[in-house]
Design a protein around this ligand. Structure first.
Ligand code: NAP
Length: 326
C-alpha cells in the first residue's frame, strides 16, 4: 500500500509517499479500513522531527493519528460494522496510509451528511476537546470556558460544542482574523494575545474551565483567570513546557490542574473516549449543530506542503490529506 513515510527525522523535505506492507487480515475484534482521508496534527510534525516516537506496536515512520474511510474486512469477533460502512476514529499512528487496522471499539460511524474529507477532520479535534473539557474538566451548565488558540483544530471543536450546549466562551489567539472568524461561531469574548499576552485582566468573574492548548507561557495568567474551584486542563504545549507559578493562587482558589494526552492511553481508555464522543457529539454533527472545520485539503502526495502549512501557524481549523476517492 502507499503511505506517508518519514525517510529521515527532520524537516518536511524528508517526507515521501512510499510503498509499504499493508496490514494483515483483521483478527478478533479488529477492522480493516480503506482510508479516504487523514488529518494532520501537531504530533505528526513532532514525530517527523524525531521528538515524538510512536508507541510500541505502531509504525515509527508512518504518521497519522486519525482517519475516515470505508470498512473492507472485519475480524471474526467484530460485530459492530459491516463491509462498506463508513467509519472514523483515532489511532496511535500509521493513519496516513491507504489502509489502517484498528479495533472496532476505536471506531464510530460517519454521519450520513458528512463526506470522508470532512469526517477526517473530526476525530482527534472533537474527541480531545470533548474528553478534556467535559469528561475531565466537568464543564457544566452556566459555566464559562476559556479556550486558548481558539482558532486551532481542537480549539474550534471545543468552541462549537460549548456553544451548542449554551456555555459562555472566551477565546484567545495571536491572530485577529482568527478571532473574527471565531465570533461567527458564537465566541462571546475574543482576546488578542498577540497584542497583549496579559489576558487575565480582561476576564471578569473568572472562567470555571480553561482548555489550554498553549502551555508554559500562559500558566501564570491561567491561574489568575480561573474562578474559585476552577479547572485548568493542559492539552498542548506549543507555548513551552516549563513555567513558574504562585502555588498560593492554586491554594486559595482551590484549583485543579490536570494534564492529558490521548495517544498513549490504553486501548480501553481510547474505547471509552470514543464511546463518549459517539454518544454526545455524533448527534450534534448529524443535526448540523456543529460542523467539521476543514481549513485546507492536500493530496497525500503533497504532504510536505501540508506540513509546512500547519507549521506556519496560519491554519484555521484542520489540514486534511486525501488518500482515495471512495
Ligand atoms: N493532549 C492531546 O491528546 C492532544 C490532542 C490533540 C492536540 N493536542 C495539542 O493541542 C494543541 C492544539 O492542537 P491543534 O491540532 O488544534 O493545533 P493547530 O490547529 O495546529 O493550531 C495551533 C495554533 O496554536 C497557536 N500557537 C502556536 N504557537 C503558539 C505559541 N507559542 N503561543 C500561543 N499560541 C500559539 C497558533 O494560532 P494563533 O494564530 O492563535 O497563534 C496555531 O495555529 C497542540 O499543542 C497539540 O499538540 C494535544
Amino acid at each position: 500500500m502507499k503511505a506517508v513515510y518519514i525517510r529521515e527525522f527532520g524537516g518536511p523535505e524528508n517526507l515521501e509517499i512510499r510503498e509499504v506492507d499493508a496490514p494483515g487480515d483483521p483478527k478478533g475484534n479488529e477492522v480493516l479500513v480503506r482510508v479516504g482521508a487523514s488529518a494532520l496534527n501537531r504530533a505528526d510534525l513532532l514525530q517527523r522531527k524525531g521528538f515524538y516516537p510512536a508507541p510500541e506496536g505502531y509504525p515509527e515512520r508512518i504518521p497519522g493519528l486519525e482517519f475516515a474511510g470505508t470498512v473492507i474486512a472485519c475480524g471474526p469477533s467484530a460485530g459492530r460494522f459491516r463491509e462498506g460502512d463508513r467509519v472514523f476514529g483515532i489511532t496511535a499512528g500509521g493513519a496516513q496510509a491507504e489502509f489502517v487496522l484498528t479495533r472496532e471499539d476505536h471506531l464510530a460511524p460517519v454521519p450520513p451528511n458528512l463526506g470522508l474529507v470532512d469526517a477526517a477532520a473530526v476525530p482527534e479535534a472533537f474527541i480531545t476537546a470533548h474528553d478534556a473539557v467535559w469528561t475531565q474538566g466537568g464543564l457544566s451548565e452556566g459555566e464559562t470556558l476559556l479556550i486558548h488558540a481558539v482558532g486551532s483544530g481542537v480549539g474550534l471543536a471545543a468552541l462549537q460544542i460549548a456553544k451548542a450546549r449554551g456555555n459562555r466562551v472566551i477565546g484567545t489567539s495571536r491572530t485577529e482574523e482568527k478571532l473574527e472568524k471565531c465570533r461567527e461561531f458564537g465566541l462571546d469574548l475574543a482576546i488578542d494575545t498577540g497584542i497583549d499576552p496579559g489576558f487575565s485582566k480582561k476576564i471578569e468573574n473568572g472562567a470555571e474551565v480553561i482548555l489550554d492548548l498553549v502551555g508554559g507561557a500562559y500558566l501564570e495568567e491561567n491561574l489568575k483567570s480561573l474562578a474559585q474551584k476552577g479547572r485548568l486542563i493542559i492539552v498542548g504545549l506549543v507555548g513551552g513546557r516549563k513555567a513558574e507559578f504562585d502555588l498560593g493562587t492554586a491554594l486559595t482558589k482551590r484549583l485543579t490542574i490536570k494534564g492529558t494526552v490521548l495517544r498513549s492511553r490504553s486501548d480501553e481508555e481510547k474505547a471509552g473516549a470514543t464511546a463518549a464522543f459517539a454518544r454526545d457529539i455524533l448527534p450534534l454533527l448529524e443535526s448540523g449543530s456543529i460542523v467539521p472545520n476543514v481549513e485546507r485539503v492536500f493530496a497525500a502526495e503533497d504532504v510536505r506542503e501540508a506540513h509546512e502549512h500547519l507549521e506556519s501557524n496560519e491554519s484555521f481549523g484542520k489540514v486534511v490529506l486525501e488518500f482515495s476517492e471512495q
